[in-house]
Design a protein around this ligand. Sequence first.
Ligand code: BMA
Length: 991
Amino acid sequence: MRKQSTLLEGDIGTDFISLCHFIVKRGRKAVQKSPRQAEPSCISRAASRHLCPRPLSGPEQPLTVGERRRAAAPPPPPTVGGGLKHRLSASAAARRAASSVALRAPAAAMGYAAVLLLLLMAAEGAAAGGPEVHSLRGSWWLCNGNGSLSLRGEVPGCVHTALHRRGLIQDPYSRFNDVMYRWISLDNWTYSRTFKTPFDVRKWQKVNLVFEGVDTVADILLNNVTLGRTTNMFNRYSFDITSTIKEVNFIQVHFISAISYAAERSSCHKAYSVPPACPPPVQKGECHANFIRKEQCSFSWDWGPSFPTQGIWKDVRIEAYNHYHLIYFSLTPFFVRRTQQWSLEIESIFNVVSSKPIAGLATVNIPKLQTQQTYSVKLQPGEGSIVLLVNINKNSTVEPWWPNGHGKQIGYNVTTTFIMEAGYQIEKISKAYFRTVELVQEPIPGSPGLSFYFRINGLPIFMKGSNWIPADSFQDRVTYNTLWLLLKSAADANMNALRIWGGGIYEQDDFYDICDELGIMIWQDFMFACALYPTDQDYLESVRAEVSHQVRRLKSHPSVVLWSGNNENEAAIASNWFSIPHADREVYIKDYVILYVKNIREIVLAEDKSRPFVVSSPTNGLESIKEGWLSENPYDTHYGDTHFYDYSSDCWNWSVYPKTRFASEYGFQSWPSFSTLEKVSSTEDWSYTSNFSLHRQHHENGNDQMLQQIGYHFKLPQTADPIKKFKDMIYLTQVMQAQCVKTETEFYRSSRSEIIKGEGHTMGALYWQLNDIWQAPSWSSLEYGGKWKLLHYFAQNFFAPLLPVAYEGNGVLYMYGISDFHTDHKLTLKQVIVNSWSSLEPVCTLVKDGVTVKAQSAVSIYKESINALLERCRNCTRKSCVVTFYLVGEDGLQSPMNHHFLSSLKDAVGLEKTQLSATVSQQDDVYIFDLQTTAIAPFVTLDVGSIKGRFSDNGFLMTEKKKVVIFYPWEPTSVEELEKSFTLTSLMEVA
Ligand code: BMA
């Protein structure tokens, strides 16, 4: 990058900041100083919990003194990751593998008498006696550290949402509230409630209190007995409460401020510092996020606010059972090349209470694939896994799961039944998806280095998509509908992949279910980003449990195609973002390898052999491994993936972009639309230079960078009307962003099939970033609330399966035909139309028949010198004409219309003020916008304010008198409502 900021020297003991985006080749990461943090004490500070009153009237009756069923024993240590902690050691894993083999014995090996007996038991109702599950979701009491605030709050939920719902604070996203409400995260809150045990506890051998997610550091008490402490929001915690539970119970979850905890952990790490200490001041965030296993961006990011929440953010329940209990259940497919047969690995992880092994039968039935197999199994006391290897009937045709645009997303119903000699029968009904995934890193003829691409079901797939960040600072506001709208929008824009970025969260189950359904491949980062991390024993233990839990939870999803250790941490060390003195480097390299290679990678490989793993993004992949897991230059275009940002070069100039193997991050900022900002701002905020506009911009110089980029090709608004000026600026930032990301993405897609000077073979374009966490300027293409920015409409086109792309080099206009189709297509390049800006009638057209665009390739389809073209189209100059073009094939096959500007639009000659008009009508569930123009209009934009929905096209170049645009509403609306909110803009309206 042309990074303007300079690197300030400092030793590691100084508080640091990291700017987490960075630019390849062109510079180093900017590091700035920030005020030193107050030194916290190393003594664990208990929250002021005694001040927190017990509820007098809670969601249920206040606690009465009840009989404790058993004498209160000292609390057992909590088990994390579903109580499977001990199984993570290498020897334990080996033991498990050995026992798994024994369990694969077919039922025939078991005596027939025993089989019969078990089946009889099943018939006689062994199904009875299954576990009792009692949810503790719902209304809890919340109170702050000194007891001055006490209120009801929902679980799952967090303190901020509870305060807002009760009217005690305003919308935290409004105006400057992120900094005003800092006190909420600095306080130590307590969640509590009473509950009656809805079953007779004497009937159960084991009762557990299970938290699917606690955010983050909290002491858990039941009936005033401390059960343990949670310290990792990504873990599942299970506490044995068999001897603590009573008929009526009082549960307390005493939180400690995540900010104070992180500071304390950092100050206790005395041997050496683990930078960065603090985010840059422009982010208005909190320090030491890397010392707490919590959503890293909740301490602020360059697109997001600082809301380090406290709360019980996932399900919490009581589970009571006898004999055994199923904790995890997963299905992973494998294709056995030797036999050309699919197999399914079904892994069940049990907790067995009985002191003796429990034998039984497991039956797997996949009716559609005429596959049924029965196995004799034996559950050993304690925790352990059963692995069933199901060979799919060779005579059945298995339809594989395909990414969006490449085929269907077929899944098969699988019923797995466990009938055991003791206890109850378990029947699991699930879906199995069959697909293979390989990350191909092999030599490419004519190029140094290695390829880096995904082969799905044996077919190379170009990954098209973007990067996902958390959809809200308050996860309890993220509903199924929120996720569906965002992910469907990704699929509708022809995306087939998203990277879940490592500074956020492992997403909720619904997210992955929707991706399975829509064919969106997931590149899943582990949650480490833009920082170095500690590796002390308890931290590592916590991470190990987290990784194992998340892999077990997610590995059945066909959408997940890659595990990736972290975001940019290989680069952080390699490019020395944190100015680590050379002599100290080894310590950090060692920690890096311990964390991502010796722990995370080992666990992932042991838990899931069905998908690839890379240690970082960006990385050089195999080359990084060769260089000791850290490459000298992880941005090398000949290996792995790259992240690339350059805000100062003219983004229309494709020659600035790296001809990489895989572009996993790149992008430009824009502002969200006025209707989105209006909800969280006041009239005085509505200017590009207001305090509000500065406050919301978390990326150093972000607003100026946008201005600079706009200035290359567009005139800035001059109007005296301040609100119009603000709206025009917003519009221009969106036009600029859409055009920049279009140019860059088209460059990556065009580079798919060629090697030039050893570079190329690009097989992925994931721009930064898909969605927003709040209403602020960012790199996103979808605004907070789901509204499509112009970039998203452009993405729909630039990710189209069939696309012609134009670019200039040395005065020559080249066109490429890009196809993601599985078969070759004979097409017509129809047409290259040249329009003069001043007329809706084309000056000249060119039709080129018999253009072959091979399956899954990018090929050159047209070449003409600009001078020849201008000459051919009489009276044209670079400034007075524009080129549009598209591809047409048989059976209605058609690419989107694309265009190429021959000069900057600020220099265009002949562009006139247009009279744009539209009429709206309803047709079934959609609305039709009939547009008319009196002259060519660039970047025509339809907007219906806050009415939820999207248009079929937007931000287009209108070169014909009429155009029909469809509006797909996401909630009920009417012609009248649409007309009221409707505005129509083009570049010519910016004055
Ligand atoms: C990348 C990401 C994020 C960041 C983005 C924009 O490096 O990994 O950390 O938000 O750049 O700066």
